[in-house]
Design a binder for this molecule. Structure first.
Ligand SMILES: N[C@@H](CCC(=O)N[C@@H](CS)C(=O)NCC(=O)O)C(=O)O
Length: 330
């Protein structure tokens, strides 16, 4: 299969938010790290403005704005409703307004505060104060809701956090000590302390024409679609899926919305998964899944032990389940 290509730069906040989205939505792309001082001609050929990130889809469509890449990724699957389709119209407007404020005025003040030497004619202090005013309003919103817009993460949180991280890098003491920013600090920490942050920020040398393709995420891989996958389910959850039209349990006691993907096993992994998580449960079913009938992204990611497991980044449609039988087999 042809994978999309991503031109990226490790520390660029726009590229970070695009990569975070690809990472969290189960996508796998061919990763081309760019040195901004010597951009590859192939990048400039597809996108003359030559900013990163740029994504070239498997169909050859060029997407050269980070937000558009994020929205493209969300069209492949949106397991945790980042777009807010289940939220109110006002909350969706609030997502858009926050992103516009970040990309507009906040970024303006951030640049003039962080890179003051590049803007000798402006007052660093004034931009610091104006940036802090915005950060305080975001902090209040997080205090009120838990996340920026509601009690869970949305596209606004994903789009903003790399820029807030940059502000902190410019002034760690001011950021860490301001009492009004306490909720914002905890919010930022959720991203920075997530095990996925390390996967997001993996280093690689700049890509050159002719290099062996390397994927992002670097520790993930594609799953073959010609071999069945398996999922252990509790009978009650499977019954509920039939009533609802799709199965949305990630693993025992956890939903798709909580985890972001559904755990699955290859044939060789089923028994160990059963022993680890389902041994004491009554009425366990083994679902056989045809990977060719999965509409959402499927990717193999490493468990903490390093072993790769298949993960489905969306609900499991009933049609993709080709057999249901008790497990262990009687
Ligand atoms: N609006 C663009 C902005 C991207 C952007 O400005 N990226 C910077 C790096 S953080 C860049 O590529 N700058 C080009 C350069 O430095 O030559 C997006 O959202 O993708």
């Amino acid at each position: 299969m042809l994978h999309p290509v991503l031109y990226s730069f490790r520390r660029c906040p726009y590229a970070m938010r695009a990569r975070w989205t690809l990472l969290k939505l189960g996508l796998l792309v061919e990763w081309r790290e760019v040195a901004l001082r010597s951009k590859p001609p192939s990048l400039m050929a597809v996108s003359p403005k030559a900013t990163v990130p740029v994504l070239i889809t498997s169909h050859g469509e060029v997407i050269d704005e980070s937000l558009a890449i994020m929205r493209w990724a969300l069209e492949q699957g949106d397991p945790c409703d980042w777009r807010g389709l289940m939220l109110t119209p006002q909350q969706r407007q609030s997502i858009d307004a926050l992103i516009a404020q970040n990309d507009g005025s906040f970024k303006h003040h951030l640049d003039r505060f962080k890179y003051a030497d590049r803007y000798p004619d402006v007052s660093r202090e004034q931009h610091q104060e104006q940036g802090l005013t915005i950060l305080r309003t975001w902090s209040e919103q997080i205090e009120a809701h838990g996340w920026l817009v509601t009690e869970r993460c949305t596209l606004a949180d994903v789009a903003l956090w790399p820029f807030v991280r940059q502000w902190r890098i410019a002034d760690p003491e001011g950021f860490d000590q301001a009492p009004a920013l306490a909720p914002l600090r905890l919010w930022l920490q959720r991203f920075l302390e997530s095990p996925d942050f390390e996967r997001l920020m993996v280093r690689r040398d700049p890509w050159q024409e002719g290099d062996q393709p390397l994927m992002f995420p670097a520790d993930a891989s594609a799953m073959p679609v010609d071999q069945p996958l398996f999922h252990l389910a509790l009978q009650a959850d499977w019954r509920q899926a039939q009533a609802e039209g799709a199965y949305r349990i990630s693993t025992r006691g956890m939903t798709l919305e909580q985890v972001g993907f559904l755990h699955a096993s290859t044939a060789a992994q089923v028994e160990a998964t059963y022993q680890r998580f389902y041994r004491d449960a009554a009425d366990v079913l083994l679902l056989t899944i045809d990977p060719q009938q999965l509409p959402s992204p499927l990717r193999a990611d490493p468990a903490p032990t390093g072993e790769l497991f298949p993960h489905l980044y969306g609900p499991l449609p009933l049609e993709a389940v080709t057999a249901v039988e008790p497990y262990p087999h009687r």
